[in-house]
Write a protein that binds this ligand. Structure first.
Ligand code: ASN
Ligand code: ZN
Length: 329
């Protein structure tokens, strides 16, 4: 699916050895992607460059490895949006974004509309957390840009939870799309950044039962909009898991899932590739800056009707999955 103009290669912290699209500049190469809108990756404030277009190995290994993950992550997220949703970059105008790695010793990553850029902290070795450049995190941050350029979900209250959930959903979807052999697709986010790799216990968020992080909501209640947006997102994340995989027990990449439901509902999953199309159409066609969970139910039902028909099993599954997280008509 990838068109490569200048095929370099790189070895990342998490992705292993992958192809990288870079640009020749004089006698060396820069981490600028010529086939994806000029996506550019920086080492703190300096554009990455390399003499031989083989990145993250040998004497270059220290700083470049995190750059390889970030440059690959934005490329795969770009390809995902293009091939699955027909979207041409974050703003759907073909323009690339910047990624800054080694952006300080903080344990976070972020998207900024004002610089049209992503920043990745180096984590904290004392907490057993490495640089936050994992693929699903890149997909999460870039998707904040997509949300901002489509529904524009306001970043507080229930719309803020939906904004965060949209990023978790598409970060996960990018991982399933990429299916890199170093990173088996699953429904947990951020598991690779933990020095002690154990996706059953060490992760940033999980979609099947969000409350397992100790703070996220599994289902809707009147007070959910007062939670931090990274916790109220649990309702949308849980909906998406149930719609994709259903409520039965299963094991994916060594993690046992047995997703709880409310209102006595059993959900049969329709698969992530249909679920992601429903969410994307809802986001880009029906949601607005003030959409809440009740509105998201309506938006996704409208999207499912458009894509699969008013009496389709897909639309019926959307209804059931929302009811299963207590978002009712
Ligand atoms: N990593 C966080 C996020 O993308 C940063 C933040 O809290 N804005 O949501
Ligand atoms: Zn976020």
């Amino acid at each position: 699916t990838t068109v490569n103009d200048d095929l370099g290669s790189g070895t990342g912290l998490y992705v292993g050895t992958v192809g990288l699209d870079t640009t020749k500049s004089g006698t060396s190469w820069t981490m600028v992607d010529p086939v994806r809108g000029g996506n550019a990756t920086y080492n703190a404030g300096t554009l990455f460059s390399d003499a031989d277009n083989v990145w993250g190995t040998g004497s270059n290994s220290n700083a470049q490895t995190a750059g390889v993950d970030a440059h690959y992550g934005i490329a795969k997220t770009w390809d995902y949006y293009k091939s699955v949703h027909g979207r041409n970059g974050i703003a759907n105008d073909g323009k690339g974004a910047k990624s800054y790695v080694h952006d300080g010793a903080y344990v976070n990553a972020s998207w900024s509309d004002s610089c049209f850029c992503m920043r990745y902290g180096d984590g904290d070795a004392s907490q057993g957390i490495g640089p936050l450049v994992e693929l699903d995190i890149a997909g999460h941050e870039m998707s904040h840009g997509v949300t901002s350029r489509s529904a524009g979900l306001r970043y507080s209250g229930e719309s803020g939870g939906l904004n965060e959930s949209t990023s978790d959903i598409f970060g996960t979807a990018v991982e399933w799309y990429t299916a890199n052999s170093q990173d088996t697709p699953d429904y947990v986010l951020g598991e690779e950044i933990f020095t002690d790799y154990n996706p059953a216990t060490n992760y940033i968020r999980r979609l099947d039962k969000p409350s397992m992080d100790g703070a996220s909501a599994d289902s809707w209640s009147r007070s959910v909009g007062r939670l931090n947006v990274h916790y109220s997102s649990g309702v949308g994340n849980h909906f998406f898991y149930l719609l994709s995989e259903g409520s039965g027990a299963k094991t994916i990449n060594g993690v046992a899932y047995n997703s709880p439901t409310v209102n006595g509902v059993t959900v049969t999953g329709i698969g992530i590739s249909k679920a992601e199309k429903i969410w994307y159409r809802a986001l880009t066609t029906y949601m607005t800056s003030r959409t809440d969970y009740h509105g998201a139910r309506t938006a996704t039902l409208n999207a499912a009707t458009d894509l699969y028909g008013a009496s389709s099993p897909e639309r019926a599954a959307v209804e059931k999955a929302w009811t299963a997280v207590n978002v009712l008509p």
